[in-house]
Design a protein around this ligand. Structure first.
Ligand SMILES: Cc1cc2nc3c(=O)[nH]c(=O)nc-3n(C[C@H](O)[C@H](O)[C@H](O)COP(=O)(O)OP(=O)(O)OC[C@H]3O[C@@H](n4cnc5c(N)ncnc54)[C@H](O)[C@@H]3O)c2cc1C
Length: 470
């Protein structure tokens, strides 16, 4: 039986392992961190993954990711259900706040599960993988080198396995790099004489500050789950058990806002937001979990049709990651892992064809969503900076991409049909270009946007905010 060795046991590595096992491969997942606990109830308190700095940050599973799990990896959803994780439909909740409500429209496609706590969500992947025949999980195992065999193309190394920190050599028919955004594989490739993959990055980042709260009743939505408030954004997320979370994120240059790492200051800022204030009415954790994430990057492993190496397939964050302002990373990993796993299973004996097939599925399925997310940050990043410095709108009023995106977002607060279209985009189900290209969409969006005042989430001015932080 063919064997796949997978570097990394995060959501990408585990999903890929299960998908490959379903296609008849033996999948061995190697992860440098200790194993997950036995029970989901211990995931939050007892599970630490030193290698993954965002592990304890809020994690939302986009409805598109939930739909992919339903179709390809229902065992993960079964694990979430077995843990009593609630169903949530954020777009349907927004529809209830519309002036005329949701009307007859169906918002069912926007349903997902919510844990807010990353470890609880990830535990579902681990436990599903544990019970998948053909998947072997090996923790506390660090990959330090790549093995090579006879090349399939002259001058291009062919990867045939990995070397672990204990010196063990594990041979494989294919090696998957699911080592996350800080994967060691580009450096390991260089050490076997391969070209280093070309990394392209867009440096727009935010500092994410999340506080978890507990209480008998989860707060209701009175405004957007993710709202821009001048120089920061606020994300409110229901969770599993009796948890929920509030995240405030801001520019890394915003020294004043660093004070919100103090839980008291954090709550003060949340309470200044009329539509979100009640989300601080819970028993807050002692700590505000804070993390800066400043880059969006993709790595090109095939250049001018020539792969850096054959026998190696990067998936998920190891291939490309966006800064997480829209909470899409796991969904993107699934969008990538599903077709990439098929490409692997279909081309196992033809490494050159596999490299080309991987390049194709990456370009078709992963890259457009990556680029769409970076485009969003290119609007919001400069806005945040301008608000911080008291500068005017940084975007050219004639920039139709920016004006159109703003009109769409604003109109979605007044009209159920526009919200449904907007939901397709924000829930990662359909790319914006495809939605806007449909007959009638642009006209209705513009009509609604023009007929109503631009929607803005109420909150403090910059000087009121600075007073609060002082
Ligand atoms: C602040 C923040 C908030 C986020 N919020 C969301 C969200 O709401 N929703 C969402 O979908 N996504 C979110 N993301 C993104 C999400 O966390 C990632 O996209 C996702 O974790 C990627 O999974 P992965 O398996 O590719 O990588 P990782 O989860 O990083 O896993 C990589 C694994 O590889 C292992 N590894 C690395 N090197 C080696 C080695 N040499 N040997 C063995 N093992 C190795 C590591 O131990 C690690 O376990 C967020 C990210 C950040 C930074």
């Amino acid at each position: 039986m063919a064997t796949a060795v997978i570097i990394g046991g995060g959501p990408t590595g585990l999903a890929t392992a299960m998908l490959l096992a379903r296609r008849g491969l033996d999948a061995v997942v190697l992860d440098r961190d200790p194993p997950a606990p036995d029970r989901v109830t211990e995931a939050w308190d007892a599970w630490r993954r030193r290698s993954v700095s965002q592990f304890r940050q809020v994690h939302f599973l986009q409805p598109a990711g939930k739909a992919l799990l339903d179709e390809h990896l229902p065992a993960v959803i079964d694990e979430l259900d077995a843990a009593g994780v609630r169903s949530v439909n954020l777009t349907a909740q927004m529809a209830r706040l519309l002036p005329d409500g949701p009307g007859e429209l169906d918002f069912g496609a926007f349903e997902t599960r919510t844990t807010c706590r990353g470890p609880v969500l990830e535990f579902a992947f681990v436990n599903a993988a544990r019970s998948t025949v053909g998947v072997e999980l090996r923790n506390d195992t660090v990959v330090v080198g790549l093995l090579t065999g006879p090349p399939a193309v002259d001058g291009v190394p062919h990867v045939t396995g990995v070397v672990t920190g204990s010196g063990e050599e594990i041979r494989a028919d294919v090696v998957i790099d699911a080592g996350g955004r800080r994967t060691p594989v580009p450096a390991l490739l260089e050490s076997i004489g391969a070209a280093r993959p070309v990394e392209e990055g867009v440096d727009i980042g935010f500092v994410y500050n999340t506080r978890y709260y507990r209480g008998p009743v989860a707060p209701e939505y009175r405004g957007d789950p993710l709202a821009a408030v001048g120089s920061f954004s606020v994300l409110t997320m229901p969770g599993d058990d009796d948890y929920w979370s509030v995240t405030l994120y801001h520019s890394p240059k915003d020294k004043a806002l660093r004070k919100i790492r103090d839980p008291e200051v954090f709550d003060r800022v949340v309470r200044s937001l009329p539509l979100q204030a009640h989300w601080a009415d819970g028993r807050g954790d002692d700590e505000v979990v804070s993390m800066a994430s400043s880059a969006n990057a993709t790595r090109s492993y095939v250049m001018d049709g020539v792969p850096c190496a054959t026998g190696l397939v990067p998936i998920g964050d190891a291939w490309g990651f966006t800064n997480p302002s829209l909470g899409r990373g796991i969904t993107f990993a699934l969008m990538h892992a599903v077709p990439a796993s098929d490409a692997i299973a279909d081309h196992l004996d033809r490494p050159v064809d596999l490299a080309a097939a991987w390049d194709r599925v990456t370009t078709e399925h992963a890259l457009p969503w990556h680029d769409a997310t970076v485009a969003f940050d290119k609007v919001r990043g400069p806005e945040v900076e301008a608000f911080r410095q008291g500068l005017p709108d940084p975007h050219d009023p004639d920039d139709m991409a920016v004006a159109g995106a703003r009109a769409f977002g604003s109109a979605s607060h007044y009209d159920a049909q526009v919200l449904q279209w907007f939901g397709e985009i924000s829930n990662c189900l359909t790319l914006a270009d495809e939605v806007v290209a449909r007959p009638g969409v642009l006209g209705r969006v513009l009509d609604v946007a023009i007929a109503n005042p631009p929607y803005a989430t109420p909150g403090p001015t910059r000087s009121q905010l600075e007073e609060m932080l002082a």
